[in-house]
Ligand binder design. Structure first.
Ligand SMILES: [Zn+2]
Length: 136
């Protein structure tokens, strides 16, 4: 547990410095990470996960964030790309998944079991991601 509150405080502080409202309580913030199943993959590399705002607009709040990879966050943060000229189907799929993940926060506590390898995952979108990644 030792670094979790620090991680929260530092994200909150970074948002403040960038002039972005940060409306998540520690509990909400941590819950979103827990439900995403990506806490252990949180970090700085492009394949690591971060908490991003939808369209990079508005506050960090429970209805406005998703856990996505830094790579996706950079692509989505680029406004020209975001405006739809170069958004690939793959990116759209990932976006859809990211949105599903967000929608599931706080509602979907079901454990899903992969029919291929019996791995257990926490949400339907994680199951979809797992199936695509491991059994496509
Ligand atoms: Zn599997």
């Amino acid at each position: 547990m030792r670094n979790i509150r620090q991680a929260y405080a530092s994200q909150k502080c970074a948002a403040k410095k960038r002039g972005i409202e940060f409306l998540l309580s520690f509990e909400e913030w941590y819950h979103i990470w827990q439900v995403s199943g990506k806490w252990d993959e949180r970090g700085r590399g492009s394949e690591k996960y971060c908490m991003a705002r939808h369209n990079d607009i508005g506050p960090y709040s429970i209805n406005n964030v998703s856990i996505i990879t830094n790579h996706e966050n950079l692509s989505l943060g680029n406004k020209d790309r975001w405006k739809g000229k170069v958004v690939s189907n793959e990116t759209k799929d990932k976006l859809k998944q990211a949105r599903k993940l967000q929608v599931n926060v706080g509602y979907d506590k079901t454990i899903y079991t992969c029919v291929h390898c019996n791995k257990q995952v926490r949400s339907k979108s994680n199951l979809v991601q797992h199936t695509r990644a491991s059994h496509a």
